[in-house]
Design a protein around this ligand. Structure first.
Ligand SMILES: NC(=O)c1ccc[n+]([C@@H]2O[C@H](COP(=O)([O-])OP(=O)(O)OC[C@H]3O[C@@H](n4cnc5c(N)ncnc54)[C@H](OP(=O)(O)O)[C@@H]3O)[C@@H](O)[C@H]2O)c1
Length: 290
């Protein structure tokens, strides 16, 4: 009879010891939250990329000062514009200067745009779709050789895509309408499912996360314009907004052995807001989402 209490090496189930991670949009916000978590979970190298070199350098200095890193572990600054193929190719070649393989790609960089339906600009739609959808595909494609290098059936590599609760439900409507953003995040979730089936046999698992509101630089403007932090927290079924640990817990789970049979999933990190109207629909007001 098999022993159903026997779990292989439980203490290492959530460990990322020795893993190499790349984080787009890693210089602040949710990407920086994830970088801190990856390093503290044991990663040996975490590459931080965003357009601004100074911002990447600042993030890396903060991360490398964390008190509980593995010996020799470090964050490395690799600035690049991940909205273009040339930028992503430059990113891959910078990463290759430090490592011959990557275990975790966190495709997290994103952009949003708020404008009314009648005047929603063509250029904004393009910008949002390029970064939130096309660049996710191109990052997966360009990093695939490095991701496959050490991946095996028992120790697969991972791609985690930052989508949004706005890609599951309707986004913000009205004066700050996020039509392109909401559509782009729905596309990112479905792209993740396609990549999960394509890359699973190559031992690269692909999942999306769907955050609700987290008070980051990107979200703070919209939060302020649509009633403020306290109002949004009160409308959330869990009665609060997202915190860094909420991102940390899910990305470490997805990247670790604990998540090694999860593929093609889209995990909400939103306190249940996507399934709730918070009473606002009764008042005829759509609850904003980012
Ligand atoms: N905060 C929320 O409430 C929320 C909710 C759902 C989903 N999300 C998603 O979470 C992700 C991270 O957003 P955040 O809230 O953490 O925003 P944030 O604090 O504004 O961070 C955005 C990051 O993306 C980088 N970035 C922007 N354009 C880039 C480009 N073309 N190439 C490379 N990097 C670029 C920024 O750095 P540079 O300016 O230096 O490039 C920055 O590091 C996004 O995909 C967003 O849509 C956020």
């Amino acid at each position: 009879m098999t022993d159903e209490t026997a779990l292989h090496d439980y203490p290492s189930l959530f460990s990322l010891k020795g893993k190499v991670a790349v984080i787009t949009g890693g210089s602040r916000g949710l990407g920086l939250n994830a970088a801190s978590a990856f390093l503290q979970a044991g990663c040996s190298q975490v590459f931080i990329t965003s357009r601004k070199a100074a911002a990447c350098d600042r993030a890396v200095a903060q991360l490398n000062a964390l008190p509980n890193l593995q010996p020799g572990a470090r964050a490395i600054s690799v600035p690049a514009d991940s909205s273009t193929l040339a930028g992503i190719q430059s990113l891959v070649s910078q990463v290759r200067q430090h490592t011959s393989h990557v275990d975790i790609l966190f495709a997290n960089a994103g952009a949003t745009w708020g404008a009314p339906f009648d005047t929603h600009p063509d250029a904004a739609f393009q910008k949002v779709m390029d970064l939130n959808v096309k660049s996710v595909f191109l990052c997966a494609q360009q990093f695939a050789p490095l991701l496959q290098k050490r991946a095996t059936v028992d120790d697969p590599s991972r791609i985690i895509i930052t989508a949004s609760a706005a890609g599951l439900g309707v986004g913000t409507l009205g004066a700050q309408g996020t039509y392109a953003y909401s559509a782009s995040k729905a596309a990112a979730i479905h792209l993740g499912r396609n990549l999960a089936v394509e890359l699973g046999p190559r031992h690269v698992l692909v999942n999306a996360i769907c955050p609700g509101f987290f008070p980051t630089k990107m979200a703070n403007g919209l939060l302020a314009m649509t009633g403020g932090l306290a109002k949004h927290a009160a409308a959330n079924p869990a009665r609060r907004l997202g915190r860094p640990e909420d991102i940390a817990g899910v990305v470490v789970y997805l990247a670790s052995r604990a998540g090694s049979h999860v593929n093609g999933a889209a995990i909400e990190i939103d306190g249940g807001s996507v399934w709730s109207h918070g009473g606002m629909h009764e008042a005829g007001v759509a609850e904003p989402k980012l």
